[in-house]
Design a protein around this ligand. Structure first.
Ligand SMILES: [Zn+2]
Length: 258
């Protein structure tokens, strides 16, 4: 059974904020994925695999960005293209052309979001897919159900009208959802919804509670391999076993240290 990792990024920039990944790190990660044989797939392919058993490459990888920061197109896009990766950008449609105003009151640094003109222009690139992340970026479990429906339906509709193509995928702001919000996402006509819950996705998993793997600012390449669930190379496994034997420790020690 193929396990599908969905990576979650926000901004790609030299800003030291936790939600930003440095461009040099991002490039290192994309280069690694390409070299390690990962094949970039989109959420339509993941939906078809998880729900209908459609074929998927042996080592699939899904790359997602939340919110719609301008650097996703200016900085991440050329790197994605260089390494043959495709990506999904979830847009907080009501804030496009402004910034991440929803968390300005919490002292979070403000970063420019894409404008609609930039989204429409970037949507011409086949490796970028623009999907929905509500209009105002609320905590969906804290607002009444009719408002939840409005947030989901309106962001979907705006993307479809502006881009002239269907919008099938959604990500819960803050990863905040419950059964009511989950059902609203399905009723709004989406095919999948991503959470911020950590993990890989397997056939039989709920398409409206997809797991993701968040990449953080401080993650080294070694951390990145570990969060992807990459097993250590065989030589390292045996070397650690040998070292544990010499040190008189049980065999398991070295393996768990990875
Ligand atoms: Zn968000």
């Amino acid at each position: 059974m193929i396990r599908v990792p969905i990576l979650m990024y926000h901004a790609v920039d030299d800003d030291p904020a936790a939600a930003c990944v440095r461009p040099s790190r991002f490039e290192e990660q994309m280069a690694y994925l390409s070299k390690a044989g990962y094949v970039s797939v989109d959420l339509d392919a993941v939906h078809d695999y998880l729900s209908q058993g459609a074929t998927l490459p042996q080592k699939p990888i899904v790359i997602t960005f939340d919110d719609g920061y301008r650097d996703n197109v200016e900085i991440a896009y050329p790197i994605l293209k260089k390494y043959g990766m495709c990506a999904t950008i979830y847009l907080a449609t009501g804030h496009l052309g402004y910034s991440n105003r929803w968390n300005a009151g919490d002292g979070v640094a403000q970063r420019p979001l894409l404008t609609w003109e930039e989204v429409c222009s970037a949507a011409g690139n086949p490796i970028l897919s623009f999907q929905a992340h509500t209009c105002s970026h609320p905590k969906l479990t804290r607002i009444p159900p009719d408002q939840v429906r409005e947030e989901l339906g309106r962001s979907k509709q705006m993307i479809e009208e502006r881009l002239g193509r269907e919008c099938h995928h959604f990500a819960y702001p803050y990863g905040d959802y419950d059964d009511t919000v989950r059902d609203a996402a399905e009723e709004a006509g989406f095919l999948t919804a991503c959470t911020t819950r950590w993990g890989h996705n397997r056939p039989g998993d709920d398409l409206f509670s997809l797991y993701r793997i968040g990449v953080r600012n401080g993650d080294s390449l070694r951390d990145f391999k570990r969060i992807l669930g990459e097993p250590p190379p065989l030589w390292k496994y045996y070397w650690l076993r040998l070292r544990a034997k010499v040190a008189g420790k049980p065999d398991g020690d070295g393996k768990s240290a990875w």
